[in-house]
Design a protein around this ligand. Structure first.
Ligand code: SF4
Ligand code: F3S
Ligand code: FES
Length: 248
């Protein structure tokens, strides 16, 4: 079963662009990335799109479909009506390179700003021991495929370019939380989260968690626990003193 689907795709570069209308064949079982590839093969050979695995694992094909941040390769055509016009646009929060491809280097800058895992100085690799419960707590965060859809969605930077300097975004605040929850990490992640990564700018709207293709509970399991640790330290003098003396 195939039909002629109606698509509206943003085309342009950093100097400007516009939505263009196309009619493209759609076959049973296809995803939006299949349509973009057919468009390239039949009508617009120079259409720029970033993709790699077509399996929801490389995090490359992030875009916005009918205004909703999604992976092109994991969005089935069957979720749309055949009569519907499907609009495909690049992620809005990052600078346009061309067509559906954006410059996501903001995220690499933020990644570099998170100090790496800091084990105790007297502990050699091979001597690290962890309880299974501690392993499991951070395993959810390790499912991240770095698609940056959460970073693209968070209103703190989506609507406020001026916040980009101060705010690392949900993906990297989650990384800070992962390290904070690691029993062998000795760095002071609580103050870092608040002072260096802008945790205070997050007002828990949970939009990041809603768009995560890995269904990571970014807000509930990473951001809120970090906020609680910041609050404990700031307002509870006994916790503050305990943290000073015993780290956690
Ligand atoms: Fe993508 Fe989820 Fe990772 Fe954010 S946390 S970059 S939405 S996989
Ligand atoms: Fe942004 Fe997620 Fe917080 S969308 S405001 S980082 S809960
Ligand atoms: Fe790899 Fe879509 S192409 S996640």
């Amino acid at each position: 079963m195939s039909y002629q689907g109606k698509f509206r795709v943003w085309r342009g570069d950093d100097s400007g662009g516009a939505l263009e209308d196309f009619t493209v064949e759609v076959n049973e079982g296809e995803v939006v990335l299949d349509i973009i590839h057919r468009l390239q093969a039949t009508q617009t050979p120079d259409l720029a799109v970033r993709w790699n695995c077509k399996a929801g694992k490389c995090g490359s094909c992030s875009a916005e479909i009918n205004g909703r941040p999604r992976l092109l390769c994991m969005t089935r055509m069957s979720v749309f009506e055949e009569s519907e016009t499907i609009t495909v646009t690049p992620m809005r929060t990052f600078p346009i390179i061309r067509d559906l491809v954006t410059d996501v280097s903001f995220n690499y800058t933020k990644a570099r700003e998170v100090p790496s895992f800091t084990p105790p100085k007297d502990l050699a690799p091979g001597e690290y021991r962890m309880q299974q419960v501690d392993v499991e707590r951070s395993q959810e965060f390790r499912k991240c495929i770095e698609c940056f859809l959460c970073q693209n969605t968070c209103h703190v930077v989506r609507d406020h370019e001026e916040n980009k300097e101060a705010f690392s975004g949900p993906r990297f605040l989650m990384r800070v939380a992962e390290l904070e929850m690691h029993p062998l990490d000795t760095a002071d992640r609580v103050d870092q989260a608040q002072d260096d990564h802008g945790l205070g700018l997050c007002n828990i709207t949970k939009c990041c968690s809603e768009v995560c293709p890995e269904h990571i509970h970014i807000t509930d399991n990473a951001l809120i626990p970090m906020k609680e640790r910041v609050a404990d330290r700031k307002y509870d003098p006994i916790v503050w003193l305990g943290n000073k003396l015993f780290k956690r």
